[in-house]
Design a binder for this molecule. Structure first.
Ligand code: PTJ
Length: 245
């Protein structure tokens, strides 16, 4: 039972905080995930807790990139699973694309708990990290991937993480669509498309964009991607944060 009354002025933010705490209690999210979430909260506060045009433009480009992909994969960590498991599962069905569990802080139990949580939300295919397939240019636990998933992906949706794997994937020629409230992070900078927004707000927008764009001819996806200018988008997000308005 939630202890947050809907009338509370910070209801939406407090509900997300509850979801992350519940994630820790269910063995899905790491304790470090609480700290990462707090950093996200602070940046969201500065950004005005709303989805700005720079985020909407990135959502559309990201949706087009995922639709254009030959083999898209959705990477899921402990924070994303706690916040938007249902949305990630719906995205997997819509594209279609497999979900793959990939976490930074090693824990077999947590990997299993994340997979079970995704399946409970209706995910049909959840790929797990393996020893057989490993990414280059990275030494953390994130290097262990699935041979049929991230290992052979051409585009990976990577919501909310540290930057190492994003950089490694880019060096391997894989495109990355990320959601990160920090436009200065290595993830946001190294990504092909960075949606600077709260993952909880961006997820329904991304689902809507994919549902709309998949009706359009593939040539229009290419145009959408070409009209996305990564540095300009990141500068606009940073300017919004710095303005303090
Ligand atoms: O489950 P694991 O082991 O894979 O761990 C996941 C975390 C998130 C703990 C791990 O990847 C990590 O430590 O990430 P960082 O380096 O703290 O980066 C997380 C980034 O996500 C930061 O730039 C935060 O500002 C940002 N962030 C946090 N919450 C949100 C967010 N971005 C969008 N939406 C959020 N709700």
């Amino acid at each position: 039972m939630s202890e947050v009354p809907p009338s509370h002025p910070r209801y939406a933010s407090l509900k997300l905080r509850e979801a992350i705490v519940a994630g820790v209690e269910q063995g899905i999210t790491s304790l470090h995930g609480l700290i990462a979430h707090g950093r996200g909260e602070a940046l969201d506060y500065l950004i005005g807790e709303t989805s700005h045009p720079f985020a909407i433009a990135a959502v559309r480009a990201g949706a087009a990139m995922l639709l254009r992909a030959r083999h898209p994969v959705i990477s899921v960590n402990g924070n994303a699973a706690a916040l938007v498991a249902g949305g990630l599962t719906a995205l997997g069905r819509l594209l279609p694309a497999p979900l793959e569990v990939n976490i930074f802080h090693p824990s077999k139990e947590r990997e299993e708990a994340i997979a079970a949580h995704l399946r409970a939300q209706g995910a049909e295919e959840v790929l797990m990290p393996t020893q057989e397939a490993q990414l280059s240019y990275i030494e953390s636990n994130r290097r262990f991937v699935h041979p049929e998933g991230i290992f052979k992906a051409d585009v990976v949706f990577v919501p909310l993480e540290d930057g190492d794997r994003c950089q490694a994937l880019q060096r391997m020629g894989v495109e990355v669509v990320t959601v990160d409230l920090n436009p200065l992070s290595r993830t946001a900078r190294a990504a092909s498309v960075a949606i600077v927004d709260n993952l909880a707000r961006a997820m329904p927008l991304l689902l809507q964009a994919v549902a709309q764009l998949r009706q359009d001819p593939p040539a229009s996806w290419q145009e959408r991607i070409a009209s996305y200018h990564h540095d300009t988008i990141l500068r606009a997000a940073e300017a919004r944060i710095r303005s303090g308005a």
